[in-house]
Design a binder for this molecule. Structure first.
Ligand SMILES: CC(C)(COP(=O)(O)OP(=O)(O)OC[C@H]1O[C@@H](n2cnc3c(N)ncnc32)[C@H](O)[C@@H]1OP(=O)(O)O)[C@@H](O)C(=O)NCCC(=O)NCCS
Length: 136
C-alpha cells in the first residue's frame, strides 16, 4: 500500500485516540492511562494516516540524564507489517540522541527479537526485571 504516513515528535495525542489504537491491536486499553503517563516522557512519536487517524506510537521515558527507555510501541492492527513500527522507533532513536541521551533501553518478549534487534537495530544485552506485585 502506498498510503502516506506522517510522523511527529511530541505531537498532540488524546487519551481517546490512544484507547482506540490499543484496542485496534487487541491490547488492554485503560482510559486515562496516556494522560497520566505523558507528563513523565522525554517525548513520544505518533504516526498518522492520510485521514489523520493514529496508526502508530512509541513512548520514550527518561531518567533526566543519559538513559532513555523505549516503551509501549504500538501499530494499529490494520496497519502492521508496513514498516510503521520501525519508523516510529527510528524517529524516537533520533530524538533521544538529539536530546543528549547516551543510552536507549528496551525490553520485550522473545517473539519480538526480530523486530527490535533486526528491524530496529537494538543490540542484545543482559537485563533484569521484577514484577513488583508478584514479589513476596
Ligand atoms: C510490535 C509492533 C509494534 C510492530 O509494528 P509493525 O508496524 O508491524 O512493525 P514493522 O512493519 O516495522 O515490522 C518490521 C519487521 O519486524 C518484525 N516484526 C514486526 N512485528 C512482529 C511481531 N509481532 N512478531 C515478530 N516479528 C515482528 C518482522 O520481521 C517485520 O518485518 P515483516 O513485516 O517483513 O515481517 C506491532 O506488532 C504491535 O503493535 N504489536 C502489539 C503491541 C506490542 O506487542 N508492542 C510491543 C511492546 S514491547
Amino acid at each position: 500500500m502506498s498510503e502516506t504516513i506522517s510522523y511527529t515528535w511530541r505531537g498532540a495525542i488524546t487519551d481517546e485516540e490512544m484507547v482506540d489504537l490499543v484496542r485496534s491491536h487487541g491490547g488492554n486499553a485503560v482510559a486515562g492511562w496516556w494522560s497520566k503517563v505523558k507528563e513523565h516522557s522525554l517525548g513520544w512519536v505518533g504516526a498518522r494516516d492520510g485521514d489523520g487517524i493514529l496508526v502508530g506510537f512509541v513512548n520514550v521515558a527518561w531518567d533526566g540524564g543519559d538513559h532513555a527507555f523505549l516503551i509501549d510501541t504500538k501499530t494499529r492492527g490494520s496497519h502492521q507489517h508496513r514498516g510503521i513500527g520501525t519508523a516510529v522507533v527510528r524517529m524516537a532513536v533520533a530524538h533521544a540522541h538529539a536530546s543528549g541521551c547516551e543510552w536507549l533501553h528496551v525490553d520485550f518478549e522473545s517473539e519480538l527479537r526480530g523486530f527490535y534487534l533486526d528491524a530496529c537495530g537494538f543490540r542484545p544485552t543482559d537485563a533484569g526485571l521484577i514484577h513488583l506485585p508478584s514479589r513476596r
